[in-house]
Design a protein around this ligand. Structure first.
Ligand code: KG4
Ligand code: ZN
Length: 404
């Protein structure tokens, strides 16, 4: 079954086509095309993501990416039939709030034949609503044009199922796109599994009873981990997004010959007795530490970055351990943009070894936002609820959509 995935929940415009086979328990994914266009450079100058700006960029990017994606998958063929005016009227209605996208859409899509795709999977939440709507309306317009069913996907479920693309647990990650194509589903997590999701907008622990059945058992009460990384990076005058820069500084500190740590930061809620998190206080503690210092030199920045990163890791590991024990989880899934962090990957590798459970971390390509994971989640949803392809579902953007 071929699925087109569409992702526009934040500042990445992404499309992907997969050929998914196998069962819902043992799926196989062949990646036919994979494209991500990051808007980071545009948002960088403002130090964060602006929803209206993201919406404008998605409108601009979707058609060029669609063209590339179809071509890569061998699905870009010239149209034989003429475009019907009643379809054009429907498309105009669907994309009335995205005039720029409508213009590009009408110029390109009618010129190509209906691709051999069985379903379109699109992120419907959580995320920035203006950005989500662009992807949803684009999916609906394509669905209308080609007569293909459209199914809504929870972005966080995408991050969870993205581990199905890993070749081995926590193993080496390929770096080039060519290698992605050859990747098949790897070791399947055993259920119940525990998933820790760490991204710019989320920090949550979810119990995965089986694919498609999730329960949030712990979450942040204020900032998400990635958000804390980005805010602390700004305090240290590092560029946006700050996570990778903090990670770089703290790795440099670990590798330095003489290391000292004179700064001690709190480990918020580590002994709270529940599975929730809070990172706002940690960020404030960094601010006070910096205020007390006369000069913040390169060495001080490295030391603070490392202490901050270690505080975060200790809290994440401690709560995850507790959750695994509480729910007798048989495997651990860690997903979301922050899992690109090397020290965090190491810490979870140790935790899984210590607890003798399997660890499932997505490959580098699928840790940050992408549409491959959305297409994969689409397949899992179809396998769980095959009727979903027959019904016409009304899809709307839900900025605060929760896993369930
Ligand atoms: O999942 P993601 O790509 O987007 C959201 O859905 O939020 O996550 C992005 C977040 C950003 O906050 C970024 O700073 C953080 O992931 N991040 C990192 C690292 N790489 C990305 N945080 C810590 N260390 C990293 N190496
Ligand atoms: Zn994400």
């Amino acid at each position: 079954m071929k699925i087109l995935g569409i992702e526009t929940s934040c500042d990445e415009t992404a499309l992907s086509i997969i050929n998914a086979t196998g069962t819902g328990d043992m799926p196989r994914f062949d990646v036919l095309s994979y494209s991500v266009l990051s808007q980071i450079k545009i948002h960088k100058q403002y130090g964060g993501v602006f929803p209206q700006l993201a919406k404008r960029e998605h409108q601009k990017n979707l058609i060029p990416i669609l063209k590339k994606t179809l071509k890569e998958a061998g699905e870009e063929k010239a149209a034989k039939k003429h475009f019907k005016t009643n379809v054009a009227t429907k498309i105009m209605k669907i994309l009335e709030r995205e005039p720029e996208l409508l213009l590009h859409f009408l110029k390109y899509v009618p010129t190509i034949a209906r691709p051999k795709i069985d379903a379109i999977a699109v992120t419907s939440g959580p995320g920035l609503e203006p950005a989500l709507w662009v992807g949803i309306n684009f999916a609906k317009a394509l669905g209308e044009m080609w007569g293909i069913p459209v199914i809504p996907i929870n972005h966080m479920e995408g991050h969870i199922v993205s581990v199905l693309l890993s070749q081995k647990n926590g193993g080496e990650v390929p770096t080039s796109h060519q290698q992605v194509k050859r990747v098949e589903a790897g070791v399947y997590p055993k259920f119940p599994a525990l998933a820790l999701l760490v991204s710019g907008g989320h920090t949550e622990l979810a119990l995965v009873k089986k694919w498609g059945s999730y329960k949030i058992v712990g979450e942040t009460r204020d900032d998400a981990v990635g958000e804390a990384f980005d805010k602390v990076a700004r305090m240290l005058e590092l560029p946006y997004p700050g996570g990778p820069h903090i990670s770089g500084l703290s790795e440099a500190h670990r590798n330095a010959i003489e290391v000292s740590n004179v700064y001690k930061l709190p480990r918020p809620m580590i002994h709270s007795g529940n599975l929730d998190f809070s990172f706002a206080g940690l960020k404030t503690a960094v601010l006070y530490t910096l205020k007390k210092m006369k000069v913040v030199n390169a060495e001080a920045k490295q030391t603070i970055a490392r202490e901050f990163e270690e505080a975060i890791i200790e809290v994440l590991v401690s709560k995850t351990r507790k959750a695994i024990e509480t729910y007798k989880a048989k495997s651990l899934i860690v997903g979301g943009g922050v899992i690109a962090n090397t020290a965090l990957r190491r810490a979870f590798t140790h935790l899984a070894e210590e607890m003798e459970i399997s660890l499932h971390i997505p490959q580098a390509h699928v840790t940050t936002d992408n549409a491959l994971m959305i297409a994969m989640a689409g397949f899992m949803k179809i396998k769980n609820k095959p009727n979903i392809l027959k019904k016409k579902i009304s899809i709307k953007a839900e900025g605060k959509l929760r896993l369930s």
